[in-house]
Design a protein around this ligand. Structure first.
Ligand code: FAD
Length: 446
């Protein structure tokens, strides 16, 4: 198989890596690529580049591009069990599932994520309180490990490899095939209720009231507000429904070029936030919207990440345990508002049960995510947000992270030693590595 030189970046566009890339189309070619790449000194899988940090790149190393592993192999119309290759995207899976009266059990905030990338980050959707992460709906996975062997892992076969691979950021090997249980549900739309939220106390009241009842819940926060209005925003609940709506699919407007730096500043974001807040009338509203608009609102605008300019942007996402939820989130929002960091994509929502993956992110609590333009002062803010998260007993999401310290990581992920034991067994010489695994010293004790 031919290799080519390639420059890869993440969705945050704040860094890149020069890599040698292989693009296998079938399992034998993938196994060959892993053997060749490992002999060359290390590699990491790259799905569709929808992470925000450095976990799918290894500067100077080898990228195993999975997008062409894109077949849906088997489907059981009775149970919904579906066997598919790791390069299939959620968008493709959704189309396949809805035509047969099913839905993907979990879908992240963009449908352009691959199933392999979804498993490697054990992704969550707006139904986490009730349905958990993607990993909770997987029967087994086939993984090509460092020696080129393909190993099947599940709760009963190689269970430690399974727990290390679900949420394991590609460090155990390349996921080739996934057996996933779809959810039987005829739905193409979401019946949603939106509430205007006055402040953070009001947010927490609404989340407590709806998190165990509504199928989908999510909130948007105006991250520029301080004082009495800190935490104001919109809270949304939703139920899947069948409707005759013909909603917009992908292929809407495109951001045609990378915007000049500082287009997104305190002033422009504050105008956007005011309009976004007022779009929901004061008494709230109730309507039916198409599935994609509800779950993947930004997918309608191609290359929206160019809005942040050439320097790109960071994303910060953490979860704060319920017992410290309101105080932790207040402290984080105060820090962001104080420096006037222009985040127009600030999301607040609740999580249910913890995932079984050793490095799975969600745990019962409240998750806050923020987009922050990558400027010299932003890294300092990210470090302060990390300290506040640690103080609150919380955890930062690896799929979004680019700045966390190795000490912080080890503190937040208590099953790290078990993860390391699996790496020691399946990849003793550390052939699978990423810039993130080096930064966080995942293979060595910090
Ligand atoms: C707009 C937007 C919204 C998002 N919303 C959510 C959300 O709601 N919930 C959520 O959980 N996440 C969310 N994410 C994050 C996204 O789901 C994860 O970053 C996901 O891992 C990206 O998958 P990808 O296919 O693009 O893989 P990449 O970004 O290319 O890679 C991500 C990781 O997966 C590994 N990987 C990819 N394919 C394989 C494979 N076949 N085998 C082994 N490892 C592999 C890579 O090595 C890397 O560690 C969002 C991202 C964006 C851009």
């Amino acid at each position: 198989m031919r290799a080519r030189e390639i420059r890869l970046t993440s969705w945050g566009h704040h860094r890149h890596a020069d890599m040698t890339a292989y693009r296998p189309e079938r399992l034998p070619a993938l196994r060959q690529a892993v053997r060749t790449a490992t002999a060359d000194g290390g590699s990491i899988a790259y799905g569709n580049g929808r992470n925000y940090g450095d976990l799918a790149m290894r500067d100077g190393g080898t990228a195993l591009l999975t997008r062409r592993l894109d077949r849906i192999i088997e489907f059981d119309a009775y149970t919904g069990a579906t066997t598919l290759e790791a390069g299939v995207t959620f968008s493709e899976l959704h189309e396949f599932a809805t035509q047969r009266g099913f839905l993907p059990p979990v879908t992240p905030g963009t449908a352009f994520v691959t199933i392999g990338g979804g498993v490697a980050s054990d992704v969550h959707g707006k139904n986490h309180d009730l349905c958990g992460t993607l990993g909770a709906h997987i029967d087994w996975i086939d993984i090509v490990v460092a020696n080129g062997e393909c190993v099947r892992a599940s709760q009963t076969e190689h269970p430690e490899l399974f727990a290390a691979t679900v949420g394991g950021c590609g460090l155990t090997g390349v996921i080739a095939v996934v057996r996933l249980r779809l959810r039987r549900q005829r739905a193409n739309a979401v019946e949603t209720r939106e509430f205007r939220v006055r402040d953070l106390d009001h947010f927490f009241e609404l989340m407590a009231e709806h998190r165990d009842k509504a199928t989908y819940t999510v909130g948007w926060v105006d991250a520029l507000q301080r004082g009495r209005k800190l935490g104001r925003g919109i809270y949304q609940t939703g139920e899947p429904v069948l409707s005759d709506l013909t909603g917009p699919r992908h292929g809407g407007p495109t951001v045609p070029f990378t915007f000049p730096a500082r287009t997104l500043n305190r002033h422009s974001v504050s105008l956007f936030n005011e309009a976004y807040f007022r779009r929901v009338p004061a008494p709230g509203r109730h309507r039916v919207i198409d599935y994609d608009t509800f779950h993947h609102p930004l997918d309608a605008i191609s290359h929206w990440n160019r809005l942040y300019g050439r320097g790109g942007f960071y994303q910060f996402q953490c979860v704060i345990p319920d017992e410290n939820g309101i105080d932790g989130v207040r402290a984080l929002l105060e820090q962001v508002a104080t420096v006037g960091a222009a985040s127009f994509l600030a999301v607040l929502k609740t999580f249910g049960a913890e995932g079984f993956g050793h490095l799975s992110f969600p745990r019962p609590g409240v998750t806050l995510s923020l987009d922050l333009p990558a400027r010299p002062e932003t890294r300092e803010l990210m470090h302060r947000l990390e300290f506040t998260t640690r103080d609150s007993g919380g955890r930062i999401y690896l799929a979004k992270d680019a700045t966390m310290s190795a000490e912080g990581f080890a503190e937040m992920y208590p099953r790290l030693e078990r993860f390391r034991s699996v790496l020691a067994e399946y990849d003793p010489t550390g052939r699978f590595e990423s810039d993130m695994s080096r930064r966080l010293k995942i293979r060595t004790v910090p």
